[in-house]
Design a protein around this ligand. Sequence first.
Ligand code: ADP
Ligand code: MG
Length: 469
Amino acid sequence: MNASSSAGLWDRALQTLKNEIDDESYAAWIEPIQFEHAAEGRLTLTVPSSFHRNWVAWNYQEPITRALHKSAGRDVTVDFVIAPGEEDDRLAADPAVAETLNGPHSSASASQQGRQKIELASYRLNPNYTFDSFVVGESNRFAYAAAQAVADPESRAYNPLFLYGGSGLGKTHLMHAIGQQIRSYGQHLNVLYVSSEAFMNAFIESIRGKDVTQFRNCFRTVDLLLIDDVQFFQGAERSQIEFFHTFNTLFDAGKKIVISSDHPPKELTELEERLRSRFEAGLIVDIQPPDLETRVAILLRKAQAYHLELPPEIAIFIAERVKTNVRKLEGVLKKLAAHCLVTKEAVSMTMAREQLGAFSTGDEPMKISVEKVQLVVCKFFDIHLHDLTGTNRSRKFTGPRQVASYLAREMTDLSFPEIARKFGGRDHTSIIHSHRKVQTELRGDLNRQNLIKYLMKLIKEEPINGVEK
Ligand code: ADP
Ligand code: MG
């Protein structure tokens, strides 16, 4: 078979298939199949995901074989290979994107085809989520090691593996990494990654389409099932039962199962007890928010991926402010990269500050310390800290001292006595007095108001949190 005639072979088979398979299924399952190459009675076709391959193999193997026989005039063996990730796929495989598209409120008016496309997208593995690209620190070391153990095809350890932790801490990343690693050992290993929502959607579709058997065949014949965010199973009883049986079938056949959730099994109180106890039978590992060093390392690693030159001090500046969610950390970086691309400027502290502004509400706001207030006031009035906190009654110092006392009270959550201690241990009534004085002065005095506003802005933006005394 030469290349063009073998492509023609597939094209002719497609004509036959089009007549045999209903339009919707044809569009969803057959059309995405790409001709790869053919040689000596073997035809290699590319499919978008292992789920797609499973589905096609279960449901359309027969008609495909027949159509090819008709087209070639002899038996043709088909090999399916999985397409390397395309840009769109990668986006769609981003669990956040897939969740958004395919979320619980997915529009009922979405066309069947559109929905199927989206559902498929959530089964794909993101090629960027590998073990190599995962930064290991104290907070995730154990989860990483457990995931690696599961990804060893020789190992039977930790079944099921249950990963839990807050949003954006790398659970999905590790699951995809396991999937990719297992898949790298051979196309014959069926890997299926699915969010619990996509599982439920597919299950509901199968009930509607009266093809539950096909659904079961598909889910119960994988070598590795990665099921993400099982907390969404809570309250969905039929899906839970279905998943319980899926779980048992796979488990009894010695297949691997990896589960993720935002909470440990015992806290998923709306899950059926028997499902919870299945989860508890394996290894349960948590992922904690990464420490500062790890956050900086993640930023520097991701910056490389974005071809962004990120000076370490700016990485530290960002990491000090976004603490509990790696996805948000990455979000800041993406915004910086986009900004640099447009302005053709190098990353600067000012730019980082601006981009962080948008994130400050999402993450914990940075606590403002009295030291920071003092630092900014000293800089602004060009005086020494010991003069600000000292007892010199020269007007050069009393004015700034009053302003700093006022700002300390307004911007920190410390009490007057606590603030007084940070102002050279003076009596706290003097701080109350200063605060009141400034408050009175501010009334009707626009210049003073602007000065205070300006100082507040400087304090909020000041990267250094002052020196603890
Ligand atoms: P989760 O599923 O726990 O909500 P994800 O796995 O989706 O979180 O992670 C969110 C983003 O943060 C992803 O882009 C992921 O690559 C990244 N990420 C999380 N932890 C790490 C890490 N330790 N090293 C590198 N990237 C990470
Ligand atoms: Mg996730």
